[in-house]
Design a binder for this molecule. Structure first.
Ligand code: FAD
Ligand code: NAD
Length: 466
């Protein structure tokens, strides 16, 4: 078969690239090695983790906030097989949805491992070993990423596990050790802490979610401590051993001090993900890697001029919406258009409760760049909306240019931050000043009023409700 565009990998990068290519009139094929479409995000990432985050949050509320709301229920219990089965149903509905979209857009779906024969020919090896070949004018690599193991403690998938196994545990573990207080560690740590697991997080850096604005990590630490989670920040893990009945972790404070030993039913290792290119045969087409990532230019083109790469397998944040934007960008370039991605304005969200959401520069980045800036903050506890819903943890922090007042960063920790951050993206995309947002009417009572108030604080240090 001869195609205009062949996409390898069906995650959010790949399937969006395929849909946009088909919309632009290209005859398109997508190759996926697994039986279901949607990649990491839909099968073992964004969607199943959010399903469990929501279920566990309902349980947490039933056991912690319902009584105060005046709702009496007796002795709620976690039915873990049902929680996991609902999650599987959510995943199925989503991956079936992608299969429907492929059909609707007349995209050929080919199951098997795709590998380069030459720069226009891809061999597809099905799970029964059967091989077929197809050719394409343009190829888009969207093969994503895999969890990174600790070098001295590979995943055994029984007690030393990655996020993939952590989404499939069929009982409530008594205890779980988490290595890495980043996004996965804090999201899945919250899930298990809420349903009664004793969760201990060991993080190498001195703060949680260390790549985000420092205030976010500090506030998240305070909030998640309330779930009973224990934290060992600034600790270097020295060994993790599955002893059969449990897992034993040893770590030492990186700046000196007494070593610790933790025991748990599971050790979830969430120290980042690494790009996945195994079996692609990149050497046959002269494509280069830099620390495992496919090297691309500003237009996401590899060293081979008809081959592009997008998503987790290339530089930049490993986020589904970043991969999607890149999928659209490449398809539109192939069609001769001139699309553009503003990488500074790709938002980052951590779906804990309170949620954390950020866009633009962090305060640490502005300091390092020597940029003159001003800060405006507003706490959730001063919001009527937050009092009404009992979601008073959190704050909005606005960073603005000291002389022009242009918003340089929006950082929110609090209820519904994940949805609110879109307003920050819009404001920054249109290069709004803090005063522009401060003078816009925000509905009352909403959490978004905290954004308006933080902008008032940033622009003229005159919040109304503080
Ligand atoms: P992937 O989604 O990894 O898809 C790559 C696909 O390529 C896979 O299906 C793979 O099987 C296939 N493939 C690989 N090699 C071949 C080959 N040779 N032939 C055929 N097929 C191949 N991001 C967010 O933005 N929001 C979230 O809430 C979020 N939550 C997450 C939670 C967890 C637990 C995890 C692990 C990740 C989460 N992410 C989240 C990250 C997100 O899943 C990734 O950034 C996103 O999936 C990357 O998309 P991609 O298309 O680049 O690759
Ligand atoms: P991460 O980069 O978010 O966090 C890894 C953490 O582990 C960091 O805090 C790091 O300092 C720490 N760490 C690294 N090595 C360590 C060691 N040896 N000992 C102790 N701590 C160590 O990575 P992740 O949480 O594994 O997530 C992987 C990717 O998946 C991320 O890039 C993230 O963007 C994506 N993801 C996104 C979402 C979301 O958007 N909500 C959710 C889950 C995953």
């Amino acid at each position: 078969m001869q195609y205009n565009v062949i996409v390898i990998g069906s995650g959010p990068g790949g399937y969006v690239a395929a849909i946009r290519s088909a919309q632009l009139g290209f005859k398109t094929a997508i190759i996926e090695k697994y039986p279901t479409l949607g990649g990491t995000c839909l099968n073992v990432g964004c969607i199943p983790s959010k399903a469990l985050l929501d279920s566990s949050e309902h349980f947490h509320n039933a056991t912690h906030t319902f009584e105060e709301h005046g709702i009496d229920i007796t002795d709620p219990k976690v039915n873990m097989p049902q929680m996991i089965s609902r999650k599987a149903g959510v995943v199925k509905a989503n991956v079936d949805g992608i299969a429907f979209l492929m059909k609707k857009n007349k995209i050929d779906v080919l199951q098997g491992v795709g590998s380069f024969v030459d720069k226009n020919t891809i061999k597809i090896t099905a799970s029964d070993g059967k091989e077929t070949s197809i050719t394409g004018d343009k190829i888009i690599i969207a093969t994503g990423s895999k969890p990174t193991p600790l070098p001295f403690a590979p995943f055994d998938k029984k007690r030393i596990i990655s996020s993939t196994e952590a989404l499939e545990i069929k009982e409530v573990p008594k205890s779980m050790i988490i290595v890495g207080g980043g996004v996965i560690g804090m999201e899945l740590g919250s899930v298990y802490a809420r349903i009664g697991t004793k969760v201990s997080v060991v993080e190498f850096m001195d703060s949680l979610i260390p790549t985000m604005d420092g205030t976010m990590g500090k506030e998240l630490l305070k909030s998640t401590k309330k779930l009973g989670m224990d934290f060992y920040l600034g600790h270097k893990v020295t060994s993790v051993v599955n002893t059969g009945d449990e897992v034993v972790l040893k770590a030492e404070p990186k700046n000196g001090g007494e070593a610790i030993e933790l025991k748990g039913d599971y050790c979830l290792v969430s120290v980042g993900r690494r790009p996945f290119t195994e079996g692609l045969g990149l050497d046959k087409v002269g494509i280069e890697l830099d620390r495992g990532k496919i090297v691309v230019d500003d237009h996401l083109k590899t060293k081979a001029d008809n081959i592009y790469a997008i998503g987790d397998v290339v530089r930049g944040a490993m986020l589904a919406h970043k991969a999607e934007e890149e999928g659209v960008m490449v398809a539109e370039q192939i069609a001769g258009q001139k699309p553009h991605i503003n990488y500074l304005l790709i938002p980052g969200v951590v779906y804990t409760w309170p949620e954390v959401a950020s866009v633009g520069y962090t305060e640490e980045q502005l300091k390092a760049d020597g940029k003159a800036y001003k800060v405006g903050s507003f706490p959730y506890k001063a919001l009527g909306r937050a009092r009404a819903s009992m979601d008073m943890d959190g704050l909005v922090k606005i960073l603005a240019d000291k002389s022009t007042d242009e918003i340089l960063g929006v950082h929110i920790i609090g209820a519904r931050a994940a949805d609110m951050i879109a307003a920050g993206v819009v404001a920054m995309e249109f290069r709004a000043a803090a005063e522009d947002v401060a003078r816009m009417s925000h509905a009352h009572p909403t959490y978004m009023e905290a954004v308006k108030e933080a902008c008032l604080a940033a622009t003229a240090n005159r919040p109304i409700h503080l």
